[in-house]
Structures are given as C-alpha cells and as structure tokens.
Design a protein around this ligand. Structure first.
Ligand SMILES: Nc1nc2c(ncn2[C@@H]2O[C@H](COP(=O)(O)OP(=O)(O)OP(=O)(O)O)[C@@H](O)[C@H]2O)c(=O)[nH]1
Length: 866
C-alpha cells in the first residue's frame, strides 16, 4: 500500500520547495493544492515520475550495485577511521602513561621504574572516569555520557554517536573505560564520522534532487548536519531540544500514529514504490477514449503532462495540456512507453437498452418481406398504381375486406408478403432518409408511357440512387394509345438506367394502373429483386422499427404507424420512439385488424405512446423502463441542444477543412440551371474536378428553380446546391437556411467551377460585399471633345474616392454601374473628395450623364466567413 503524504512532506523528502510540487500538481491536475494537502496515489505517481525522469538510472540492478558499492566504501572508510582512532588513542594512552611514569619518577626518584609502571595501570582503568576533559570542550550529553542507554534502541542521527550503544559495541569498547578519554582530533578519529549502519552514506553538499537511494533524505540530512554543528556548540539540555527538533519528521510521524520507520526502511519503501511504478507502467494497459485532452492522457499513463507534450512533439503534434487529441495520436504515445492500448468502449444508455444489430448471427436470421416505395413524376400514376396493387390483393385475398390507410400496407405475392409504403413520391422517402432512417429496399419509379421521363422522374431516380436502393421502373399507362415504352427506356439510359431488355440491370415493367395489366408481373419482379437481395432479419429479439406516420387522434391519443424492421413487436411492449416513451396498448395491422404481434417488415399502427413521435424516428422495444425514460429525457435535452448548434453541413467555405479532417470523401452537388445544356455542361465540368482526396459527384441535375425537394435531397445527402441563372423558390430558401444547406448561385459557369475547384484545394476566394462610400449629386454636365462627358458634382454624403465604383441613379432607378475615370478639384487630380465639397468627375464608359443624377460611390470589399 502506498502511504499518504502531504505536499510539504513530499517536497521535503525530495529536497524541493513545496511550491514546486504544488506547481507540478497544478500542471497535471485540476484543483488547488496547498502544502498541507494530503496526496493520493495518482498524484504521488506523477510527482515521483517527474523527479525520477529527471534522475534516471539505466538499470535498477546497476543502481543497487552502485548503492552496495557506496555502502561498502563507506564501511571501509569507517573501519579505517576506527583503526586510526584506535592507533591515536593507543598513542595518546602510551604518551599519558609515559608522562605519568615520568612524573612519578620525578616525585619518587628512588622507586624503581617497573613499579611505577605497574601502579599506574589500575589508576588508568578505574580512576579516570571523572577526569576533566583534556580538550576543554564540554561533552555532549553531560552527565549521561557514562550511562549506558537504557531503552536498548539504537539511536539514529549524529548526536549519539559518542555514546556507547547497547547491542552494538563501538570500536573503542573492550579497551576499557575510554569513553571519557581525551577525544582525538576530528576528522580522523571522530566517531561522528562513523556511518550509521542503518543509513546509506549521506550526500553532503549535494543540492541535486536524486530519487535514487538516500536522495529522498538529502535536505533532511543537511538540516541535521547543521544541527550537529549547532548542537556541538551547546551544552546540556539544549542538546536534547536540538535532538527533538532534528527528528521532527520522525516525531511527526509518531504523532500521527504511523509506525516509525528508519530512514533505510523509508528508502526501501520508496524504492519499492518506484519499482512497482516502473513495473506497473511496463504492464500498463490503458483504455483510451475517442478523444481526450493531453492532461487526461498524462494522468491515464501516469506521466507528467510535459512528458506527454514532449513525446507528442516528437510525433510532430504540437499540443498544450488542454488541447484535445484523438485516439490514434494518444495510442502512439501510450505505445511508445510500452503500454498496451485499447479503445475505451463507451457504453451508452442505448447500448444498454437495445440489442445491437451484429448480435444477430446468420443462424437467427430469416427471410423478411421487401419494403417498397413508389416514386415518379406528378400525374404519372403513383397513387393509381398503389391502389391497383392493393386492390388486386384485396380482391384476391379477402373479398370485401376493409382497407385502411395507415401509411403502409402488405400484399401477398405467391403467398409471400411484400410491404409497400403508402406515401407516394420521394418527399416522404427523402425526408425520412434525411432523419437517418433507411427503410426501403426497392424503389418503383413510375413513368407514364405516353409522357416519358420528366423532371420529377429524374429527381426520383437520383433520390433512389442516393439512397442506394434497387430500382424497378414501372412504365405506366400502357393502355393509352400514345404509349411509347421504347422511348421511355431510351430516355432511361440517359440517366444510367439500362433496361434489362437491353442488357442492363434495371427491370422495366409495362403496366396499366387503370386496367391492372402487368401488375402481377410487376409484383413478381419485386419479389425476384427482393430474393436476389437476400433480405433477412431476426424475428426473435426485441423489436426495432421506424415511425412511418404519426398523428394525435382525439379519441386514441398519439397514434403511430410503425414499420417493424427487425425483431417482433408485441402488444404490451414498453417502447421508446425518438423522444417519446410508452407501452403498446392497441396494435392494428394495415387492414385495421387487431394483432398481438408484428414481425420484420410488418406495418402496424400503435397507440400508447406519451407523445406524437416524428416520421423517421426509430422505435425500440425495451426491457428496462426506468432506463428508457432516462434515455427519453436525454434525447429531449439533446434535441434542444441540437437546435442551438445546428449540425455543420458541408459548404464550399468549410469544404477544405472537412476534407482535411477526412470527414468528406465525396462532395455531392445538386445542379439547377435555366437550360438543360448548362446542367450537362456544369455536371461534366464539376465532376472532372475530382481528385485523390475528394470525388465531386453531381447527384442531381435539372432545369428550373431550386425547389423544396432539391433542398431536402441536399439535406439528406449532405450536398450543396449550385444554381445557374435560377433562383430558389421561397420555401426552398427558407428550408435551406433552416437546415444549413448551402445554395450557391452563378451567372457564369466558369465561376462555379472555379469556386468548387478552389474550395477543394482550400483556397476559396474570399466573398465580396459592397461598402458604401458616399453620394454626390451632378450639378453641371460638360461635354469636352476628346475627353468625353465631365460632371461637376457636389458631395452630399460620405466621400467619393478615385478608385470607387459608381452607380448612376436617376429617379430611384439604377441606370449604370461604372468606375470613375477621373476625380478633380479645380484642375488638380485628387484621391478623394469629402462631403460638402465640389468636384469634377468622369466615368469610364457611361457618358449619358444628366444634371440631377446621383452618383453612389462604393467599394467591393473581400471578406471570409469565419
Ligand atoms: N389511362 C390511364 N390513366 C391512368 C393510369 N394510371 C393513372 N392514370 C390517371 O392519371 C392521373 C394521375 O394519376 P395519379 O395516380 O393521381 O398520379 P400520381 O402520380 O399519384 O399523381 P400525384 O399524386 O398528383 O403526384 C389520374 O387521372 C389517373 O386516373 C393508367 O394506367 N392508365
């Protein structure tokens, strides 16, 4: 377990200022930390990493070996010092004995010398304890010096080294009572120099912070050393005070009730912690999210932010601590330090609530009916065809059966159902697609045999192509005398739809909605196309479907038609549809019959929702009602947020950034022009602009004003609309603004091509706008031969500048747009003339100036949309 430290303790241990640690933490974590703040494991990790990185060792084995060597060297030095001390003491003793003998010899000249020597010996052993110190320095510990230690605990620190230590005899012991002997001169024989066996050698005088052994005590050692010096100058109890202070760190720990650890133990613990950290990083397995800030990455990798920033720089990514980086970049950094990386799986409420698609393995999938939409030009017979199909079925299946419009219905073809969306036209189809609902499998494009391909037929074709659904063409009104299916097929080829009869892959079925001719064949063809598409779904799971229609019924409350796409919906199921929630109360099929369950591709009308969902909303049956309600709340909140920040649609201005970010690989364009020739010309020129990074694709081109349908298609396909000599209709303009669809209008094809080209290259020319400069009134007009017409003007407002564009306005109508050819005050050319002054002007081209004309001066300013 990692101990808890306070900032100031860590700082002290590391020998740095608390502020430095506080700053380091501030750079890596949020929130303020003070010197008394207790640190958690992660914070300690970051701190230790930081200082460890500053003081790295190649290998820990090497380091430990170095530590051992240092220790042995210190022990050797201590042994030598003790040796020298012994020698010095021996010399001193002999000298003292010699002097004593000499003294005695002097006092008792008659006594024989050997006797004197013998009598001196017992005196040395027993009587010298109370002899005054010869070096004149007061002894540390005062009276206590001669007393053996009572607690039996070996003392640490520098003070007690002169005392005899129980259990660990000082080198002098055994020589008898020499504790009070004259102290040999320092340093050679100073017992203080003896290393404490429990301590690593001190790194005196070193201010470098070193996380290796002993380094964590560097400052404490220096502090203690200072006290050694001070204490030696003091006597008695003062020493005790000093000792107390010196051991502050340990006593503080004791006060906190922590087990008191020796320095060695502390260092060992620290080393263990470091080793653990090293191992942990080696075995680090991190799950990284899609995006994260540099600071978050650093915390997850147990690195300092600066370390991560450095590593990012080597990868060519310049990022600050608060910058967001993507998964790939973060993963590279993580892998560089040897961590195993995987993507963080973000489990959303949706993930927890709904069974995901890929849970369905092939064995669970069974065939499902195809879902068909009917589209085509106005009056070509869509409604008639849908009615004819339904009636065919009703008369065949259940004569007199009630048909009810619920937005979709099923018919039986060779005893197998086919589902038709009952809303003809591509508007509903595309609006659902714009909401992300891909419901249909097959599009039947209805073309009247007597009319051929018309603008909305082309739209329908393009909408179907954009949705990627199979296309079947129903050539309708074959009963009509002018029916010309060959012409229709011929025209189809112009839109890359080659009829099967001509070797292509588009089935073209001649039918008559009026007589019913060809309808069974059409249905069989639908079935055939569906079979080749292998449409499958798993019926044995919670249902998922799409809201086709929804309304508020006075009697029944919210009513929604759901097309179940996978799974089976049961009456009584708890469901969530968009941001509505409820339980399926009553479920009716397309014939108005009450049903208890509905499998894949079945349309049903349900009641029981708490609100009216929107067409295109996805419906899910759920098990956990509480979670579902939570999700509904979340979706409502998201909807509100989305209203504020509209999803950024591709525009020519932001195209390049989308391409650079890899968001856009294809630029879909809708071209509208005044004549078909222009549509074709533009289409071809634009598509030629495709390069390796982006493919320009004209998904729809037609003659006429930009319509609501164009905007809808652009919205669904994230396309931009380019118009030539056409204007948008008011609804289209409003919808485009609402949906963020870009409309660009040009009068010259070259300009459009140029804009798209530069946009792709990220060099779109800035937009321009007029800046009004001033107005002047023409007071007199002179015709000068060789020069032309010159107008004497008076500046009414603002100013007129030499480079200004001039709009000549007569009686409120613009009659010319020109540039100034000259601007004079009296005879001098001037750069500008301000309000209230007169000037003489000439225009470049326009000569028919009259008195009373107003010259509006303006400039064209370039700007970029941010
Ligand atoms: N002779 C003949 N007339 C048909 C046929 N199909 C449709 N019509 C007629 O064509 C007209 C338009 O038919 P609708 O079914 O309303 O066409 P639509 O495409 O649904 O028209 P909108 O809903 O206005 O887009 C009606 O008068 C139909 O009676 C057909 O096969 N033969």
């Amino acid at each position: 377990m990692i101990e808890k430290y306070r900032v100031h303790e860590v700082a002290k241990d590391l020998g740095v200022a608390s502020k430095e640690v506080v700053d380091l933490l501030a750079a890596n974590f949020q929130g303020e930390r003070k010197s008394m703040t207790a640190l958690n494991e992660q914070e300690l990790s970051v701190i230790f990493n930081h200082y460890t990185n500053q003081n790295q060792v190649e290998s820990f084995d090497e380091y430990f070996a170095a530590g051992r060597a240092r220790k042995e060297a210190a022990q050797e030095a201590a042994r030598q010092a003790a040796e020298q001390a012994r020698a010095a003491q021996e010399a001193a003793r002999q000298e003292a004995a010699r002097q004593a003998a000499a003294q005695r010899a002097a006092q008792q000249p008659k006594a024989p010398a050997p006797q004197a020597a013998a009598s001196a010996r017992p005196q040395q052993q027993g009587g010298q304890q109370n002899r005054p110190q010869q070096n004149g320095r007061p002894q540390q510990g005062g009276q206590g010096q001669n007393r053996p230690q009572q607690n039996g605990r070996p003392q640490q620190g520098g003070f007690n080294q002169n005392r005899p230590q129980q259990g660990r005899p000082a080198p002098q012991q055994g020589q008898g009572g020499q504790q009070n002997r004259p102290q040999p001169p320092r340093p050679a024989a100073q017992p203080q120099q003896q290393p404490n066996r429990n301590q690593p050698p001190r790194q005196r005088g070193s201010a470098t912070v070193d996380m290796r052994a002993g380094a964590t005590q560097v400052e404490l050692d220096r502090y203690n050393e200072k006290y050694d010096t001070l204490a030696q100058q003091k006597v008695g109890n003062q020493n005790m005070t000093a000792q107390k202070q010196k051991l502050t760190q340990r006593s503080a720990e004791r006060r906190r009730g922590k087990p008191v650890m020796s320095r060695k133990e502390r260092e060992d613990a620290k080393m263990r912690r470091l080793e653990l950290e090293r191992q942990r990083r080696k075995n680090l397995e991190v799950a990284l999210p899609e995006e994260m800030t540099v600071g978050e990455l650093a915390a997850r990798l147990h690195l300092t932010a600066s370390e991560v920033i450095k590593r990012l720089m080597t990868l060519g990514v310049m990022a600050s601590i608060s910058d967001t980086i993507d998964y790939d970049t973060a993963a590279m950094v993580a892998m560089e330090i040897g961590a195993k990386v995987e993507k963080e799986v973000v489990v959303t409420i949706e993930d927890r609530l709904f069974q995901v698609e890929n849970e369905d393995d092939d064995s669970t999938l069974v065939e499902r009916p195809p879902i068909v939409v009917v589209m085509g030009h106005v009056d070509h017979g869509k409604t008639s065809l849908l009615d004819a199909i339904r009636n065919t079925n009703v008369t065949e299946g259940e004569a007199g059966g009630i048909t009810q419009h619920i937005g979709a219905y099923q018919v039986m073809v060779n005893d197998r159902p086919v589902t038709f969306l009952d809303t003809p036209g591509h508007a509903a189809f595309t609006s659902m697609r714009a909401r992300g609902a891909q419901v249909t499998d097959i599009a039947v494009i209805v073309v009247a045999a007597d009319d051929g391909i018309m603008p909305q037929t082309v739209e329908a074709i393009n909408h179907a192509k954009a949705a990627g659904v199979s296309i079947i063409v129903a050539i309708n009104k074959m009963d009509k005398p002018h029916a010309n299916p060959d012409k229709v097929m011929q025209e189809l080829t112009e839109y890359e739809l080659v009829p099967e009869a001509w070797g292509g892959d588009v089935p073209c079925m001649p039918v008559s909605a009026k007589t019913g001719n060809g309808i069974p064949d059409l249905l069989e063809m639908i079935q055939l196309v569906a079979d080749t598409s292998e449409l499958k779904a798993n019926p044995d799971r919670m249902a998922r479907g799409t809201v086709i229609e929804a309304k508020l019924d006075k009697g029944r409350g919210p009513v929604a038609t759901i097309l179940v796409q996978t799974g089976t919906l049961h009456a009584g199921d708890a469901v969530i549809a968009g941001s509505t929630f409820g339980r399926v109360r009553v479920m009716l099929n397309d014939r108005g019959e009450r049903v208890e369950e509905a499998g894949p591709s079945t349309p049903v009308e349900i009641t029981g929702l708490d609100d009216v969902p929107e067409a295109g909303d996805v419906l899910n049956a759920v098990e956990d009602e509480r979670l579902a309600k939570e999700l509904v709340e979340q979706r409502k909140h998201e909807q509100k947020e989305a209203q504020f920040s509209a999803y950024e649609k591709v525009t020519l201005d932001n195209l390049f950034s989308h391409i650079s970010q890899g968001d856009v690989k294809e630029l879909p364009i809708i071209v509208k022009a005044d004549v078909q020739g222009s549509v074709e010309a533009v289409k071809q020129s634009l598509e030629k602009l495709s390069n390796e990074e982006v493919r320009v694709k004209v998904i729809h081109g037609a003659v006429g004003a930009v319509s609501e349908s164009d905007v809808m298609l652009a919205d669904a396909s994230n396309a931009i609309i380019v118009g030539f000599n056409v204007r948008p209709d008011p609804v289209a303009k409003e919808n485009a603004e609402r949906d963020g669809v870009e409309l660009r209008f040009y009068r010259i094809i070259y300009d459009a091509i140029n804009d798209v080209e530069t946009a792709i290259k990220g060099m779109l020319a800035p937009k321009t706008r007029e800046v009004e400069l001033g107005r002047a009134e023409v007071r007199q007009v002179y015709k000068i031969t060789g020069v032309g017409t010159v107008a004497g003007c008076y500046v009414l407002e603002g100013k007129i500048t030499r480079n200004a564009e001039i709009r000549v306005v007569r009686d409120g109508i613009i009659i010319a747009d020109d540039k100034l050819a000259s601007l004079k005050r009296f005879k001098d050319d001037v750069k500008e003339v301000a309000k209230g002054y007169e000037c003489g002007t000439g225009l470049n081209k326009f000569n028919d100036i009259k008195e009373g004309d107003i010259f509006e001066a303006y400039e064209i300013e370039e700007y970029r949309e941010s």
